[in-house]
Write a protein that binds this ligand. Structure first.
Ligand code: URA
Length: 428
């Protein structure tokens, strides 16, 4: 086959801060997906994009080309609105678990295609797989049936959805090119648009535990994704939320499921409840449902009923005992005062090193591993009191987890207050 362009010319254009034409972008994504552009060439192009950026027209076309690389799903036959949430990833971010059944309570179908954890951020599928029997892999037909019968599904994306992104994301992961706004925005939005959701709420994380470390970058990412969604006819809203400290009191797999079930039972940590309710309100409004009271549906058991049916529909036993780590070690507060900092990245890396996450795609995660927090920023602490418990099946991992946490804790004199605010901004 005669190729329309030469990969080296495309790389040179971006290297020299030029703009790619629509035809060049279409060819690049198509040629890479079918193997006509080599990984080393695509790595060089990704790095040039990371360093020199892309304009909006390039990003829109890059996203459209990724969507066109695979199938598009269509939920219109369900006869009710659909809404999805996507988080850019963080530590202790289990919000999808209570959120999907909660939104379904109000008659909005929630097709939640989720991923596995890589590096220090956890993956929703890894968390749910700690429930005995639960299956992440569903056919498109099973997914449709579950959406019609239960209203919510959390499952792995099938191989047919945006295959260009699967290849590109794996390459970016091993070439230091994940943190490029055009590449993150097109990666996330190509999957969400191909999935066929009618509306979408983006939770763009900001802080040490997130891809975006500062608010300006996070805002640019959010604005780009909202524009991409709207352009494709998906009603899209983004919240910028804090990821300088973990969400809730757990970072791991089974322990995050346990905390999510507490939220579904009307309890749970206040930050997890606040974000779950706020995202539910945004999803319902985007789907055209007004006047709903999601906080009440957590308190009165309606969200829990949908959760139980959602887990059972995928082979899981929602009442089964969750796996527990074999070994634990407690970390004590070094001084008296107010806990003003508990670094999300450090806790995420510790949980990962304890076995909750994976370094390579093929690694197994430990269901019971992770970090349980006993205090959150704002709490009064006394020297010698437990601050966190480290959990693992393999005690030789404790030392490396402790190393990750060496500078994670900041205790200030009595009367000090932490600076963080959970919901930072809204972009529509
Ligand atoms: N999540 C994705 O799906 N893609 C990215 O590029 C980053 C986070």
């Amino acid at each position: 086959m005669t190729e329309a362009f030469d990969a080296v010319d495309i790389i040179r254009i971006k290297r020299d801060r030029g703009t790619l034409t629509l035809e060049q972008i279409d060819w690049t994504i198509d040629a890479y997906t079918r193997g006509a552009i080599a990984d080393e060439q695509m790595s060089a192009l990704n790095m040039a994009i990371l360093l020199n950026g892309m304009d909006r027209t390039e990003i829109f076309r890059w996203t459209a080309a990724m969507i066109a690389s695979g199938e598009r799903m269509d939920f219109s036959s369900l006869g009710r609105p659909t809404s999805d949430k996507h988080s850019t990833g963080g530590v202790g971010d289990k919000i999808t678990l209570p959120l999907a059944p909660l939104v379904a309570v109000f008659g909005v179908a929630v097709p939640q295609l989720s991923g596995r954890g890589l590096g220090h951020t956890g993956g929703t599928l890894d968390k749910l797989e700690s429930i005995p029997g639960w299956r992440a892999q569903l056919s498109n037909e099973d997914m449709m049936r579950q959406l019609a019968e239960v209203g919510a599904v959390i499952c792995a994306a099938g191989a047919g959805l945006a295959p260009a992104d699967k290849k590109l994301y794996a390459l970016r992961d091993v070439t230091g090119t994940v943190e490029a706004i055009p590449l993150i925005a097109s990666s996330i939005m190509s999957k969400k648009i191909a999935e066929g959701t009618g509306s979408l709420v983006l939770d763009v994380k900001v802080g040490s535990g997130a891809f975006m470390k500062d608010i300006a970058q996070a805002r640019e990412l959010a604005e780009t994704m909202v524009a991409l969604g709207k352009d494709a006819g998906v009603n899209t809203v983004a919240l910028l939320t804090d990821m300088s400290t973990p969400l809730g009191l757990t970072a791991g797999n089974a322990i995050e499921v346990e905390e999510s079930v507490e939220v579904l039972a009307g309890g749970g940590p206040s930050d997890v409840v606040e974000l779950t309710v706020r995202l539910a309100e945004e999803m319902l409004a985007c789907a055209g449902v007004h006047g709903a009271d999601p906080a009440a549906a957590l308190k009165d058991g309606r969200a829990m009923d949908v959760w139980n049916r959602m887990i059972e529909a995928q082979g899981g036993d929602p009442r089964a005992t969750l796996p527990v780590a074999k070994e634990s070690e407690v970390i004590l507060a070094p001084a008296d005062g107010v806990l003003v900092g508990l670094d999300a990245l450090a806790v995420g890396v510790a949980a990962w090193r304890l076995g909750a996450g994976r370094a390579r795609k093929e690694d197994q995660v430990q269901a019971g591993a992770g970090v349980r927090l006993h205090a959150k920023p704002g709490a009064q602490v006394r020297a010698g009191e437990p601050l966190m418990t480290l959990l693992t099946d393999t005690p030789d991992k404790f030392d490396r987890a402790r190393e990750a946490l060496a500078d994670a804790v900041v205790i200030a004199p009595e009367g000090s207050r932490p600076a963080q605010q959970l919901i930072i901004d809204r972009i529509a």
